[in-house]
Design a protein. Structure first.
Length: 195
């Protein structure tokens, strides 16, 4: 029986590693290659703007006002520090796993490897479901933000408009992210006008 913790280390040192024929690489069947490298189409600056866009997102425009009015600024700061420390711990652990055993795949690959394949499978579907709900939330939030200025139109119109825009943006993510992040920079620069 293979120990999954040491399998990569053995593969690097053993001249005749154990081969598992039941899971062949299907990365690029149409090109006939066995390459499992991820395509690196985004640069560091794009990733930084994605992180800024995640921090300055829906919660700032929609959720912060009600929480600030109810609990005050100190409790908001304490909650931000608490959640930030949890996220820091999770991302540090994920970074350590990725540095120890670099594999081509998402974080569900580590769950399949270290816990159980069914756990990784379930985690992948839960992750997909959470982003499906987040997509609907972002559409509604975009409609609510625009409806603040245009009260006469139904929010369903804005949801449909943003659904078309967001869906079109997902067809070629790496190319369109560059344009959207540039537009996001202007949005975040515009936040200074509200101060």
């Amino acid at each position: 029986m293979t120990n999954y913790m040491t399998m990569d280390i053995q593969a690097k040192t053993d001249p005749h590693p154990e081969v598992n024929e039941s899971t062949p690489s299907t990365k690029s069947i149409e090109h006939g290659t066995n390459d499992t490298e991820l395509e690196r189409a985004l640069h560091g600056r794009h990733l930084q703007f994605i992180a800024i866009g995640a921090a300055v997102g829906t919660g700032l425009f929609i959720g912060t006002g009600n929480a600030l009015a109810t609990a005050g600024p100190i409790s908001l700061l304490i909650a931000f520090i608490f959640v930030g420390s949890l996220l820091f711990a999770v991302m540090t652990a994920l970074g350590e796993m990725a540095a120890y055993i670099p594999v081509a795949g998402a974080f569900t690959t580590y769950a399949s490897r270290f816990l159980d394949p069914t756990f990784g499978f379930a985690m992948g579907w839960i992750y997909w479901f959470s982003w499906t709900i987040t997509f609907a939330l972002e559409l509604t939030a975009a409609g609510l933000i625009i409806q603040y200025w245009e009260k006469g139109l139904n929010i369903g119109i804005w949801i449909a408009v943003f659904w078309v825009l967001f869906t079109a943006a997902r067809w070629n993510v790496a190319e369109i992210v560059r344009v959207l992040q540039a537009l996001g920079r202007y949005r975040e620069m515009g936040l200074k006008d509200f101060e």
